[in-house]
Design a protein around this ligand. Structure first.
Ligand SMILES: C[S@@+](CC[C@H](N)C(=O)[O-])C[C@H]1O[C@@H](n2cnc3c(N)ncnc32)[C@H](O)[C@@H]1O
Length: 229
């Protein structure tokens, strides 16, 4: 049976580059690994996890899906399970932004014009992850806001373009989510989070001033700063 994906993982699956080897790092239950294998669009799907428990769950999911022929399950930390250049798409879903940044920073081969597409579904701190991507020379090819289990997520596809991308508060907060249905609700949520962040900053800090200006402009334009009920 092909596993059903939630909206996060379904969006991530749509962003993988067909015809490439895909590595689903932190595969846990293995639903995305098995789903991708069942599509027949990828020569190999590598599912990897830091811990043996999740990896055996993934093995069971793949077996139930009956499409294990192109699946390779590996135990290990981050991209250490891959040879440099081995995957053309790397998925990191359901991890904190910080963990995703640490995993990617440890694999320099990812930072290359012919390097892999990154498909990222951070569990936290979307703006921090976008800022890191821009600074590191990645452009967002997609940035889809989706709801799953009552939470909003941003599902990002990032390609290395070789030079740092413009870094503004707006670009970090919203990325390209405004191009999708759900973008307005996602933006309201991000503004709500921004107000929380502001409370921890001193008035004189440049970030505090940028946030004040941004929120003031949003309110003046009648934009909500929390999710509509
Ligand atoms: C919350 S689960 C996400 C599962 C799935 N990707 C999803 O989004 O539904 C996070 C998984 O990442 C794994 N993980 C955390 N740090 C990791 C690392 N450095 N390398 C590989 N896997 C890691 C955990 O063991 C866990 O199984």
């Amino acid at each position: 049976m092909i596993p059903a994906l939630d909206a996060r993982l379904a969006a991530a699956a749509r962003m993988c580059r067909p015809g490439t080897v895909v590595a689903d790092i932190g595969c846990d239950h293995g639903k995305l690994t098995a789903y991708l294998a069942c599509t027949g669009l990828y020569p190999k799907v590598i599912g990897a996890d830091l811990r043996p428990g999740p990896l055996s769950k993934a093995a069971q999911t793949v077996q139930n899906a009956g499409c294990g022929g192109c699946v390779d399950l590996r135990l290990g930390d981050g991209l250490s399970v891959l040879a440099p250049g081995e995957a053309g798409t790397i998925v990191l879903a359901g991890m904190s932004a910080q963990t995703a940044i640490e995993i990617l920073s440890a694999a320099r081969w990812v930072f290359a014009p012919d390097g892999p597409r990154l498909v990222l579904v951070p569990a936290t701190r979307h703006a921090t992850l976008r800022a890191w991507l821009y600074r590191s020379g990645f452009a967002l090819a997609a940035d889809e806001p989706v709801q799953a289990a009552g939470h909003w997520y941003a599902v990002m596809a990032a390609d290395y373009v070789g030079e740092p991308q413009p870094l503004t508060l707006e670009r970090c907060l919203y990325g390209r989510t405004g191009e999708y249905p759900g973008g307005a609700d996602y933006a309201a949520l991000q503004r709500g989070r921004l107000q929380k962040l502001r409370r921890g900053l001193q008035d004189a800090e440049p970030l505090a001033q940028a946030i004040d200006a941004h929120l003031q402009a949003a309110r003046a334009a009648g934009l909500p700063c929390t999710l509509p009920r």
